[in-house]
Design a protein around this ligand. Structure first.
Ligand SMILES: C[S@@+](CC[C@H](N)C(=O)[O-])C[C@H]1O[C@@H](n2cnc3c(N)ncnc32)[C@H](O)[C@@H]1O
Length: 276
């Protein structure tokens, strides 16, 4: 499988908003075993944003095993060694160049925790089923953050917002190489898959709330949102031209505000003997 290329610049631009959005209370519910070091497998890690957010929130020495299909992003993640745990313990990193939807059996064996962030929407139903099966086989808690929900609100409002949002969501659900992507349906599908596997699942709404303090991210996100919608429905391009420049003008003036819906999910194996 060839992943859609995600640029390091885009990941760097979104990292502060991602960090502000993820649900820290799910981290306090992790209940990790006392075994040390804590071994975290980060699936589709990009440059390591999840590690930079989560490692300082977990106590004790940690080893992060970071997976991605993109060798350039993995190289950046591998260099990002030297973080510290909540109690100052060392955090080490190793990387694996892999498709996380086709991990060999046992690849995540021994994990204390499996994480992933901002990736589920890129998967198909079958990809997600295989990824969940990998996690279930590892038998540890799984923290999947920032899965898009498809709910977007913009201020000031405009009559075209809904049409563009629907076209963007249809683009996210597009068929590529004969396989339909889950897009905004991925988070709910993951909740269902983990519950069906007997895991206890907690969720949190974790939207991006972008305003004048994150105008560059809001403008870049908006351009990508509009571009994907126009690719999906080329006939929108004519109407959307003025709309796009108006919104980008709002962003430049610090008047654009955006709420982009996400869901965080914590799935934990039920304790042996616990009621389902
Ligand atoms: C939006 S980025 C998120 C990266 C990182 N988790 C973060 O929060 O910054 C999606 C990442 O998923 C990776 N990816 C997509 N499909 C993948 C797959 N099947 N196997 C491994 N990595 C994949 C991409 O290369 C990219 O790094």
């Amino acid at each position: 499988m060839t992943a859609v290329r995600v640029s390091p610049a885009w990941l760097a631009l979104r990292e502060p908003a991602d960090a502000a959005a993820r649900a820290p209370d799910l981290v306090t519910e992790l209940c990790l075993p006392a075994r040390r070091p804590v071994v975290v497998h980060d699936l589709a890690c990009g440059t390591g944003s999840m590690m930079r957010w989560l490692a300082p929130r977990l106590p004790g020495p940690q080893h992060w095993v970071c997976y991605d299909l993109d060798a350039e992003l993995l190289t950046a993640a591998a260099k990002d060694d030297g973080h510290r745990a909540a109690d100052g313990s060392p955090v080490t990193v190793s990387v694996r160049h892999r498709d996380v939807t086709r991990l060999p059996p046992g690849d995540c064996a021994g994990a204390t925790l499996i994480t992933a962030s901002a990736v589920l929407d890129l998967l198909t139903v079958d990809d997600l089923a295989r990824l969940v099966a990998t996690c279930v086989a590892a038998g540890c808690p799984v923290l999947l953050t920032l899965s898009v929900t498809g709910r977007v609100e913009l201020w000031p409002p405009h009559p075209l917002d809904g049409v563009i949002g629907a076209a963007f969501n249809a683009h996210q659900r597009r068929i590529t190489k004969g396989r339909r992507l889950l897009g905004p349906d991925a988070a709910r599908a993951a909740v269902h898959a983990f519950r069906s596997a007997g895991f206890d699942v907690a969720t949190r709404a974790t939207p991006w709330l972008l305003g004048s303090e994150s105008a560059a991210l809001a403008a870049t996100w908006f351009a990508g949102w509009l571009g994907a919608a126009s690719e999906q429905r080329p006939e929108l391009t004519m109407n959307a031209g003025g709309y796009g420049s108006w919104r980008l003008g709002n962003a430049a003036d610090g008047r654009l505000r955006v709420r982009v819906g996400h869901l965080d999910l914590l799935a934990r194996p039920m304790a042996a003997g616990a009621a389902p």
